[in-house]
Design a protein around this ligand. Structure first.
Ligand code: ADP
Ligand code: MG
Length: 251
């Protein structure tokens, strides 16, 4: 994938990406900043057009966004003038669903993220962690088969992030959806993934795919968790150095 292909500003973001996410699988993309992780998610979400290769979701070529594939960003984009429940069912409103059905859907989705009491609040009355849960609830109302998450917890404090990870694992298990989760955090990858895809510095290629064979709930202090963090740290080190050198060269 090359941004601005065919122009003087052509900029190759991804190369030779060959990856298949299985139904119900939790895959984490781990790589240094600028390696193309977000680019890959936008392509899968159908928000950007790819200019090389093929991309399929459930057997059909990806040609644009679909409610099947729901993207959640680091900074949630809740509409401040709408209540929480109206935000949660914004997609359903665009589909023309009647208000009673929307309120019922919001109620169900908000109870799944532990925010039943927040139905009628405004986004600015919520903490950062609560806003991210509202964003997840909003995704769930569309019943996606794939959740695409771009560093969704990066802006949260450590304790809230750990809670959000547990909560996400619950939602994931009960939804049966696949998750493609982007992070640059090694601990987060070990806490969440069935498989960690380590991406090289730009142009992002797959450096290694590391299966995480640990039962859930996971003990972050177990020897296996420690071993995996060491392995991923080793894989990532050179890539972080290379990414850094490139960004210095631009400065
Ligand atoms: N809309 C865009 N237009 C041009 N270049 C972009 C665009 N978005 C990202 N890039 C470039 O593509 C590369 C990968 O970016 P990105 O996917 O955001 O990386 P990451 O999410 O891994 O930090 C970077 O060099 C970035 O500058
Ligand atoms: Mg990014």
């Amino acid at each position: 994938m090359t941004w601005n292909a065919g122009t003087a500003r052509a900029h190759e973001a991804l190369r030779d990406i060959n990856l298949e996410v299985r139904p119900g699988e939790f895959v984490v993309l781990l790589g240094p900043s600028g390696c193309g992780k977000s680019t890959l998610l936008y392509l899968v979400a159908g928000l950007e057009a790819y200019n090389l290769g093929t991309l399929e979701a459930f057997g059909a070529a990806v040609s644009g966004p679909s409610p099947d594939r729901s993207l959640i960003f680091q900074q949630t984009s809740l509409l401040p003038w709408l209540s929480v429940w109206q935000n949660v069912t914004f997609g359903l409103a665009l589909r023309g669903e009647p208000v009673e059905a929307r309120r019922a859907a919001a109620k169900e989705a908000l109870s799944r993220v532990g925010l039943s009491d927040a139905m009628d609040k405004r986004p600015d009355e919520l903490s950062g962690g609560m806003r991210q849960r509202v964003a997840v609830a909003r995704s769930l109302t569309m019943r996606p088969r794939v959740l695409l998450m771009d560093e969704p917890f990066a802006a949260l404090d450590v304790q809230t992030r750990a809670k959000m990870q547990d909560f996400l694992l619950d939602v994931w298990r009960s939804s049966g959806a696949s998750v493609l989760f982007v992070t640059h955090g090694i601990e987060e990858a070990v806490a969440l993934a069935d498989r960690v895809v380590v991406v090289t510095a730009r142009p992002g290629r797959i450096k290694a795919i590391v299966p995480v064979d640990m039962p859930r709930p996971r003990d972050p202090f177990s020897r296996e968790a420690e071993r995996l963090r060491a392995e991923l740290t080793g894989l990532l080190r050179d890539e972080v150095d290379r990414a850094f050198a490139e960004q210095e060269a631009f400065a």
